[in-house]
Design a protein around this ligand. Structure first.
Ligand SMILES: NC(=O)c1ccc[n+]([C@@H]2O[C@H](COP(=O)([O-])OP(=O)(O)OC[C@H]3O[C@@H](n4cnc5c(N)ncnc54)[C@H](OP(=O)(O)O)[C@@H]3O)[C@@H](O)[C@H]2O)c1
Length: 249
C-alpha cells in the first residue's frame, strides 16, 4: 500500500480520527496536508510526527465551512505539495446531544449545514484538478449512526445520511473521470468528541461488539488506507462500517 508520489489532504486532521489518518497516509509515503480550524499546535504535532517518520507534511488552516478559506487551503496545498490525489473529508461539526424535542432549529441547522458545507466546499475545490488529471480518490467519514439512529443524535444521523448520499452521488458522477469515492462509517471511537460519554456507555458498546472493544482512531485510519490504496482500484460507491462488527450491513 505504497502511496509514494501522491498528495493527500485530510480535513480536521489536528486531532482524533483525522490525525490518525494523516499520520498513517504519511507513513505510507503520501505527502500530507494536515487541515485544522483552531488547534495549530496539535496540527503542527501531527506534521512533526509524519516528518519524524521520514514523511513530508504541512499544516493548513481553514474552517472548512468557509468556501474562500477552503479555496486558499487547496491552493496552498497544491503549491507546496503538488496536485491532490487523495481527499479525506473528515471534519465534523459539534454534536448537540439532545432529544429531538429539546433541539433548537439553530442547533440542528448549525450541525447539518455546517458539516455539509465542510464536505461540499473541499470537494468542489479539489475535484476539478482530479478530473483534469483523470485520477483521484475521495473518502467521506460518515458514522454508523447514518443507518442506525441513536437517542439524542437526530442531527448527527440526519447529516451523516446526507454525507452517505453525497458520496454515492459523487461516486456515480466521478467514476467516468477515473475518480473513486467511498464512505467509511466509524462506530464509537475514542476521541475528544466522545470523551464526555459515560464510562458505562463505552463499556456497554464494547460488550455488544463482536470484537469486544470500541474503536481507536488508528482502526478507522487503517480502513481509509485500504480504500485509497491501489489494491482497492475497483471499489467505489462503497459504505464500509468500521465498528468491530457492532454494525453489520
Ligand atoms: N469519534 C467517534 O466515535 C466517531 C464515530 C463516527 C463518526 N465520527 C466522525 O469522524 C470525524 C472525526 O471525528 P473525531 O471523533 O476525530 O473528532 P475530534 O476528535 O473532535 O476532532 C475533530 C477534528 O475536526 C477539526 N474540525 C472541527 N471543525 C472544523 C472546521 N469547521 N474546519 C476544519 N476543521 C474542523 C478539529 O480541528 P481543531 O482541532 O482545529 O478544532 C479536529 O481536528 C467526524 O466527521 C465525526 O462525525 C466519529
Amino acid at each position: 500500500m505504497d502511496l509514494k508520489g501522491q498528495v493527500a489532504l485530510v480535513t480536521g486532521a489536528s486531532r482524533g480520527i483525522g490525525a490518525a489518518i494523516a499520520v498513517l497516509l504519511g507513513k505510507h509515503n503520501a505527502r500530507v496536508a494536515v487541515n485544522y480550524a483552531k488547534s495549530k499546535d496539535k496540527a503542527d504535532q501531527v506534521v512533526e510526527t509524519i516528518k519524524n517518520e521520514g514523511g513530508q507534511a504541512i499544516a493548513v488552516q481553514a474552517d472548512v465551512r468557509d468556501n474562500s478559506a477552503v479555496k486558499t487551503m487547496v491552493e496552498t496545498t497544491i503549491k507546496e505539495l503538488g496536485p491532490i490525489d487523495i481527499l479525506i473529508l473528515n471534519a465534523g461539526a459539534d454534536v448537540p446531544w439532545k432529544a429531538f424535542m429539546a433541539l433548537t432549529f439553530e442547533e440542528f441547522e448549525n450541525k447539518v449545514m455546517g458539516e455539509l458545507k465542510g464536505f461540499f466546499f473541499p470537494a468542489q475545490a479539489v475535484i476539478p484538478q482530479m478530473i483534469e488529471r483523470k485520477k483521484g480518490c475521495i473518502v467521506g467519514i460518515s458514522s454508523g449512526l447514518s443507518r442506525h439512529p441513536g437517542f439524542g443524535f437526530s442531527a448527527h444521523t440526519t447529516v451523516k445520511s446526507g454525507v452517505d448520499g453525497l458520496m454515492k452521488s459523487l461516486a456515480l458522477e466521478l467514476g467516468p473521470h477515473g475518480i473513486r469515492v467511498n464512505t467509511v462509517a466509524p462506530g464509537l471511537t475514542i476521541t475528544d468528541a466522545t470523551s464526555w460519554l459515560p464510562k458505562e456507555r463505552i463499556e456497554g458498546t464494547a460488550k455488544a461488539t463482536p470484537l469486544g472493544r470500541v474503536g481507536q482512531p488508528d482502526d478507522i485510519a487503517g480502513a481509509v488506507l485500504m480504500l485509497v490504496s491501489d489494491e482497492a482500484k475497483f471499489v467505489t460507491g462503497a459504505y464500509l462500517p468500521v465498528s468491530g462488527g457492532v454494525q453489520m450491513i
